[in-house]
Write a protein that binds this ligand. Structure first.
Ligand code: UDP
Length: 254
């Protein structure tokens, strides 16, 4: 297949022009960054695992009626997605105190929150993705009040569903980050879930031991980073077909 035109390269993914108008190809890299790209590294096989994990979770969410940009996985490292206008927000949901919440407010890491919290961060690398309030979002036009209502409703559904799904395989969904986009269909705009859902943007702890199976293994130099991601895929029953060593790609599945 001829190489498609590259439209955007981010820290962990590349977007290419898709085969039809209104579609894109999302390519998952092994590159990892943390602390606003101050820490950089490679996690071998991460792209393959995240492509598969995100496909699985987006598909399950579609089945319960959550609209997403996901169309289908193309090969080991690529998926076909709908082109959306990304809303410049990182929507973080927290069920258990960890990371920046624990540090900023002095809440012990691991403390279950009495109710889930939604936080917004303005997606802007130069500013280091600052936390913002609803007032900033509507005042600066990043999203309208109605958009935010839709985002909150979708986020809470995703959180409830994924919390149960992960608990079913012995994993606590501590917190995670979502991104949303605007999709136009016949003059109508819908807010849909975009980006990816993977151990790169979720905190996933073993429900019994508390062992971390997510990007914190990389951020905090805990070792066995690949193994953490693999264990998440294994528990979800979706380790790549040829096993964890088959991390080359892309490979056509058609
Ligand atoms: N997160 C993310 N991208 C970011 C910042 C956070 O995917 O740029 C995710 C992160 O993996 C975690 C959740 O959002 O699951 C909450 O992150 P936190 O605010 O604690 O920041 P961190 O400790 O990751 O800097």
């Amino acid at each position: 297949m001829a190489r498609r035109r590259q439209l955007y390269e981010g820290k962990a993914k590349i977007l290419f022009e898709g085969p039809e108008p209104g579609t894109l190809v999302q390519y998952f890299k092994d590159d990892a960054t943390a602390f606003n790209a101050k820490k950089k590294g490679t996690i071998t096989g991460k792209g393959v695992l995240n492509n598969r994990i995100s496909e699985y979770l987006m598909t399950r969410l579609t089945e319960i009626g959550v609209p997403t940009h996901f169309i289908r996985r193309l090969n080991m490292r690529e998926q076909l997605i709908r082109e959306v206008e990304i809303i410049p927000l990182e929507v973080v949901v927290r069920n258990v105190a960890a990371g920046s919440l624990a540090t900023r407010l002095g809440i012990p890491e691991g403390q279950r929150l009495p109710r889930s919290i939604i936080e917004y961060y303005y997606k802007n690398d130069q500013l280091g993705d600052p936390m913002v309030a609803e007032e900033h979002i509507t005042c600066f036009g990043w999203a309208a009040t109605q958009d935010l209502d839709d985002i909150v409703a979708l986020t809470l559904r995703v959180n409830d569903f994924l919390t149960g799904l992960f608990l079913g395989v012995g994993i606590t969904l501590v917190d995670f980050k979502l991104e949303f986009g605007r999709l136009w269909e016949n003059e109508e705009m819908r807010i849909v879930l975009a980006d990816e859902i993977s151990p790169d943007n979720c905190r996933l702890w073993d429900a019994k031991t508390g062992e971390k199976m997510d990007k914190d293994r990389f951020r905090r130099d805990l070792g066995k980073v690949e193994e953490g991601y693999q264990e998440v895929a294994r528990r979800l029953g979706i380790l790549p077909e040829a096993g964890p060593r088959d991390m080359s790609g892309p490979e056509s599945m058609q």
